[in-house]
Design a protein around this ligand. Structure first.
Ligand SMILES: Nc1nc2c(ncn2[C@@H]2O[C@H](COP(=O)(O)OP(=O)(O)OP(=O)(O)O)[C@@H](O)[C@H]2O)c(=O)[nH]1
Ligand SMILES: [Mg+2]
Length: 440
């Protein structure tokens, strides 16, 4: 069980592990001034001022010459006193400075995400912002970066907090009448609250009806290459990724495992999957490959149904399980047949003709899916809480008794509070910050 003791001063390497020009070691907590004095000889340092100092351990040995910064709480990332040591990014230097920090009374290595956890506990940011920060660090494409930055700015948190505050207001109003039963609540006031709850349900339902675009943007848009054996799925996979990701051969049934590649397509994250060719009379291993192919495709956001141009226009229907996934039919081996109509998406994985047109079609679909939307639900945990909130709000509408109505509103507000971290639940924090890396 990790220790999250708040009285401890925590330290960690905040930059990536490995050799580099500079590495940043961060320290947060009450022992920061002592550490700055002992390591860098700084007494009462000026906040937000860059000092260039020799760093020495207690026996006087020189460890490095480093840039040292002090951020005085509460004007810091965590809200506590924070120090940063920008040391030379070598293993020995980093290790020796970390060891020297460990020798200072009250200092211990930070747990995963513990800096951000303290920032949340000290009200420097809400949970959705902290999760936005985590997404920003994980972001690999432009669209992911934009979504993470928006969430980090607190936009999503503010939306949920706004709704929660509204509910708390109605709750307070109802409770005033519960506490003074001799007063009758004016019926028009009750109707007004119900009308507000209606509007809120409508708003949250609209927010929930997002086709999981925000989550998809975090996790990647899944495209599966599917079709009969030998139509050139693996060849196309290699052409699209410009790498020899999958084995290509003229033997039907070459691919068995699902082979995936991560791509950045016009700023959107795409996970491309090559799969086993679909056919009836397959042997045991190939049949398992086909089962996996169908499963992968049924979970995909888009299927590229690859066909052989030589057999145009005959198309074998795809299995039932995947009919609900959007399908783009692609005619490969166009180099072998020239008489396909102009409106048909045909290409050659061999010569490269038509590949650009396929990319254009895919980019169009990605733009339609992700568009320029902002403030989306980015995590299943938000979705679950929002559904609970709507459920409780519907309960509140159905309850005539003030006590029950107020209790439903409390449940609804609590569900929203769970998203932004406005409740005392260490357990929830444990789950969330475990996903973070050390030093964040
Ligand atoms: N002429 C021509 N041949 C192609 C083209 N694409 C693939 N091929 C050939 O078709 C054969 C099968 O290619 P693969 O990419 O292995 O086909 P696949 O669909 O992955 O096959 P399985 O893995 O068995 O399902 C190989 O001999 C390729 O060289 C193309 O555009 N034009
Ligand atoms: Mg293949």
């Amino acid at each position: 069980m990790p220790s999250y003791e708040l009285n401890d001063t925590i330290y960690a390497l905040s930059s990536g592990l490995g050799k580099g020009g500079v590495a940043v070691i961060r320290l947060s907590g009450k022992a920061v001034p002592a550490a700055l004095y002992q390591l860098a000889g700084l007494e009462a340092p000026r906040p937000r001022y860059a000092y260039f100092r020799p760093l020495r351990r207690q026996d006087g040995t020189l460890l490095d010459r480093a840039l040292v910064l002090f951020f005085e709480g509460p004007h810091s990332f965590t809200g506590e006193d924070v120090a940063e040591f920008h040391v030379h990014g070598g293993r020995r230097v980093i290790q020796s400075v970390l060891t020297a920090l460990g020798d200072i009374a009250g200092c211990r290595p930070a747990e995963r995400g513990e800096f951000s956890r303290r920032a949340v506990l000290n009200g420097k940011m809400d949970l959705t912002s902290a999760e936005g920060l985590m997404d920003l660090i994980d972001a690999e494409t432009e669209a992911q970066q934009a979504q993470a930055l928006s969430q980090l700015s607190g936009r999503l948190g503010a939306l949920y907090e706004g709704w929660r505050t509204e509910l708390v207001r109605y709750m307070g109003y109802l409770e005033a009448f519960i506490d003074f039963p001799e007063e009758e609540i004016p019926p028009e006031k009750l109707a007004e609250i119900d009308a507000h709850i209606h509007t809120l349900i409508h708003e949250i339902a609209g927010h929930l009806d997002d086709h999981r675009v925000g989550e998809k943007l975090r996790e990647g848009f899944q495209i599966a290459l599917l079709g009969e054996p030998n139509v050139g799925k693996s060849s196309l996979m290699n052409a699209l990724t410009q790498r020899e990701v999958a084995i290509v051969s003229q033997i039907a049934g070459t691919t068995r495992d699902v082979v995936e590649a991560h791509l950045d397509v016009a700023g959107f994250p795409v996970i491309l999957a090559d799969t086993a060719g679909l056919r009836e009379d397959a042997g045991e291993i190939e049949a398992e490959g086909i089962r996996r192919a169908v499963k992968k495709a049924s979970e995909a956001d888009l299927i590229l149904h690859i066909q052989n141009s030589e057999t145009y226009p005959s198309v074998k229907p795809l299995p039932e399980a995947i009919r609900s996934v959007p399908i783009l039919t692609v005619w490969n081996k166009a180099d072998l047949r020239k008489d396909l109509p102009a409106d048909v998406l045909c290409l050659s994985a061999k010569t490269g003709e038509g590949i650009a047109a396929l990319w254009d079609a895919v980019k169009g679909i990605l733009n339609d899916t992700f568009g320029k939307k902002d403030g989306l639900i980015t995590r299943e945990r938000y979705r679950v809480a929002l559904q609970e909130c709507v459920y409780a709000l519907n309960g509140a509408l159905g309850n005539e008794a003030l006590e029950l109505k107020a209790e439903d509103l409390r449940m609804a507000a609590r569900a929203l509070g769970r998203i932004t971290g406005r409740i005392e639940a260490d357990e929830l924090l444990d789950v969330i910050f475990q996903e973070f890396c050390i030093g964040k």
